[in-house]
Design a protein around this ligand. Structure first.
Ligand SMILES: O[C@H]1[C@H](O)[C@@H](O)[C@H](O)[C@@H](O)[C@H]1O
Ligand SMILES: [Fe+2]
Ligand SMILES: [Fe+2]
Length: 299
């Protein structure tokens, strides 16, 4: 019955080529989704929160409703009350790698990739070693998520000042309507609990990976002041990008603003660079890590 056999294999062939077509369509879709994040983008396409997906919008609603003064005081007390882990920097990078940041509209890459891309972009530009290593560690504070945070809202995302009026330069400012501090007789006012030009050192920034890592590293590294400022304020976009909170700044903050702004493009725009190979880059960065950090840190 060669005829039937032929017909059958013909049908099978059709089915196979249909399946191949389907796979290709799916692959195409996947690639489109990927490319939305990771392909070469021009600078205006980053931080586009208007067209961000619901994951990002829901994240910020929750964060803006829950970051109160009361929560921030408790988070700091909790931070000081215990050591969460003891490990070296590279180990910390590997540990962080399981986290996918819900607040980020610009990358779907893992955290270790993002840290290496940031560091490599700084290195490519011939910047000093301390700045390269700052790029390498700047988001390690996201480990908080693995150390008993309440969710992602107290770990990632942009930061802002609590204890005074929420700035309308923060993304999705309307979502602060659901934060009890908005209508507080003190916290809801222009200066709130602060004095004019008291300095950013004296204000409470919303708790998350910046504040946590700054506190971990300030006594456990040989990083210069600018590096610690880059870490502490890198998510403070309402300040370093939008120019908010001038009424709380002092002379020192003007200097550190320049450092934080110099760091920002490496953090943000390297998200569309070629992925890095951690195994290949490890020896180079282990040398830098050894220069600036003890072999084991208290986290
Ligand atoms: O979504 C991102 C991400 O969480 C970054 O690590 C943080 O530094 C940025 O400020 C934020 O916009
Ligand atoms: Fe960050
Ligand atoms: Fe980052």
């Amino acid at each position: 019955m060669p005829g039937t056999l032929l017909q059958r294999s013909g049908r099978e062939l059709d089915a196979t080529s249909d399946a191949i077509d389907e796979v290709n369509v799916l692959k195409g879709k996947l690639w489109d989704e990927q490319s939305e994040f990771d392909q070469e983008k021009d600078k205006t396409q980053f931080r586009d929160y208007d067209s961000a997906c619901d994951r990002v919008k829901n994240f910020y609603r929750e964060q803006h409703e829950k970051q109160t003064v009361d929560f921030n005081i408790r988070a700091r007390v909790d931070f000081k009350s215990r050591v969460r882990a003891r490990m070296g920097v590279w180990e910390a990078m590997e540990m962080l790698n399981t986290l996918i940041d819900e607040s980020d509209p610009d990358t779907s890459l893992s955290q270790i990739e993002h840290l290496l891309q940031t560091a490599e972009a700084i290195r490519r530009d011939g910047k000093p070693e301390w700045m390269q290593v700052t790029g390498l560690v700047h988001d390690l504070g996201k480990l908080l998520f693995l150390f008993g945070s309440q969710g992602q809202w107290d770990v990632v995302g942009d930061t802002f000042v609590v204890g005074c009026k929420f700035s309308d330069k923060i993304i999705y400012p309307h979502t602060f309507a659901g934060n009890p501090d908005t209508n507080d007789a003190v916290y809801g006012t222009e200066y709130g609990i602060y004095e004019p030009h008291c300095g950013l050192d004296n204000v409470m920034l919303s708790w998350g990976h910046d504040e946590y890592l700054y506190n971990v590293l300030k006594d456990q590294s040989r990083l210069p002041q600018e590096a610690l400022a880059m870490i502490r304020y890198h998510s403070f976009y309402p300040w370093h990008r939008e120019g908010a909170y001038q009424h709380l700044m002092n002379a020192k903050d003007k200097e550190i603003l320049a450092a934080v702004q110099a760091f920002n493009p490496y953090d943000l725009y390297s998200k569309s660079d070629e992925p890095c190979d951690p195994a290949k880059l490890r020896p180079y960065y282990e040398r830098l890590i050894a220069k600036y950090f003890p072999p084991v840190l208290n986290w």
